[in-house]
Design a protein around this ligand. Sequence first.
Ligand SMILES: N[C@@H](CCC[C@H](N)C(=O)O)C(=O)O
Length: 280
Amino acid sequence: MIKFSKMHGVGNDFILIDGHDYLGDYNALAKKICDRHFGIGADGLMISKESINADIKMIYINSDGSTGEMCGNGIRCFSKFVYKNRLVLKDEFSIETLAGIKKVKLFIEDAEVVKIKVSMGEVIDESKLIPIDYSGKTFYDKEIKILDKTFRLSFVLSGVPHAVIFLEKLDKEILLKYGPEIEKNEIFTNNTNVNFVEVIGRNQMKIDTWERGAGNTLACGTGAVACVYVANKLGFIDNEVNVSLPGGELSIILDFENNEIYMYGPASTIAEGVYNNTEG
Ligand SMILES: N[C@@H](CCC[C@H](N)C(=O)O)C(=O)O
């Protein structure tokens, strides 16, 4: 029996457990517990662990059992989870992830966490530092043929790898047909998340994401950061952007002076309970 919380960050849903409550194989557990028919159902599993370098450590595993280095929506849920479960006793703290240490700040009203700010760090775009088989310096707006269609694609690392494609209008059929193909395209040496973006104005965009290891999700936080960064680099938008995702809204701020990117968004607790790990 494993105690869990089920949470979502703008529709990107997760199961969270305290690492003290389960010490087994987390990747195998993620596959079982995230299954939408035989498990609780979620896009990913997060486990809290003690950290030597930060206030707490977050382990993130996708629903297919693969490890993700970071999760933008996940880290907001994780922050609220560890605060509510008194694993961290401050409202501003640091979290160790496989993509480095991230700082978070909780906004609390009437004892409820209403919003979380995450310092997401820098986006990395140098090809030699990111998982792409490409000899040029960076991979911005390059033509790439996928099945029968040629896309203009950019590729960056915002904690996890992200492909960014701008469309005149978002199209679910394109996402579902080409997303899985791009995710596993051989140029991306560690696979990739795939974001389709519609720019609405200088401060507004819409994104639909096909996630590495989880498929089509209702939102992706690291994806929102990657898309805002790339769109700004290509001159399409300013540095403060409201991002609409199928599951809700995020706010992303590029702070060039401090080499920092901030993400603001909510985190909601849906359920708390006990998972029976012996059946299912
Ligand atoms: N949903 C996430 C990203 C989760 C990890 C990703 N699927 C990967 O393995 O790269 C987010 O909100 O950032």
